[in-house]
Design a binder for this molecule. Sequence first.
Ligand code: CP
Ligand code: NVA
Length: 309
Amino acid sequence: TIQLKGKDFLTLADYSKEEIEYLLHLALELKEKQQSGERYMPLSGKTLAMIFEKPSTRTRVSFEVGMVQLGGHALHLSSRDLQIGRGETIADTARVLSEYVDAIMIRTFEHEKVEELAHYATIPVINGLTDDDHPCQALADLLTIYEVKGKLQGLKLAYIGDGNNMAHALMLAAAKVGMDCAVASPKGYEPKEAVVNEAKNIANESGATIVVTNDPYEALVDADVVYTDVWASMGQEAEAIERMHIFAPFQVNETLVQQAKSDFMFLHCLPAHRGEEVTEGVIDGVHSYIFQQAGNRLHAQKALLVSLL
Ligand code: CP
Ligand code: NVA
């Protein structure tokens, strides 16, 4: 049986295929309960602290609403208002919050910060996005793909764009569940080599293939899932104009997606910039599942909260 109580959720690399499948099935159950109006409050009296060093719409709202629906409570803590902003250490913050709350979700810059927080906290720590990973989004993405395609193993996901946190999270997620993954990025903007190697190792076990290329057409051939993300992530605002030129050939548009399977699904973690990384025609077209995808953040994270807390 699967036992995740007390575990951190820093990256999908730390979770087995079986644990991920367990979370996905639980998410489907919780979604059904929610949609049929059935109350389910196993986290009554529990509190989640949410630390944000970057902005958020989906992560903040879905975690807070998720805790409420499960009978618990969530605290939104901006790093500006915490003593962290004045130099209190991550280690002390972790130990203090562990005295009050039942879990911590954190969105920050350096991935190492989240690891340090998890090391010193005596309660589960959930990664709500770092510069290197976004496992909550990838979990919701697997859920959405499973809902639409009815399976994960044997599908092909093509990620077109910056080799960023989303590219990393999706490569690891795909590798775990046996989904082929092709990432196409401009030269110099490929995903980190360490993550690519980790994903390839994981893929060896699941039978998936991981490909990194500079050619978006090659990556998209026969893709079941077409995914893109912003060209300048949070913290890279100063590079936005320069990136706009470099990434232009990687725009997911009507011509490019002709390479994909005729029934491909388009996903984007959002927020999106129409006319930059994706055209309006694609993101608002019949192949797009972006709002079902955003909605699934709630259900996937509720499964996570119920399992870890
Ligand atoms: N996709 C995502 O994490 O969105 P937010 O930045 O709005 O939380
Ligand atoms: N890559 C984006 C994802 C936002 C959810 C960023 O880090 O800003």
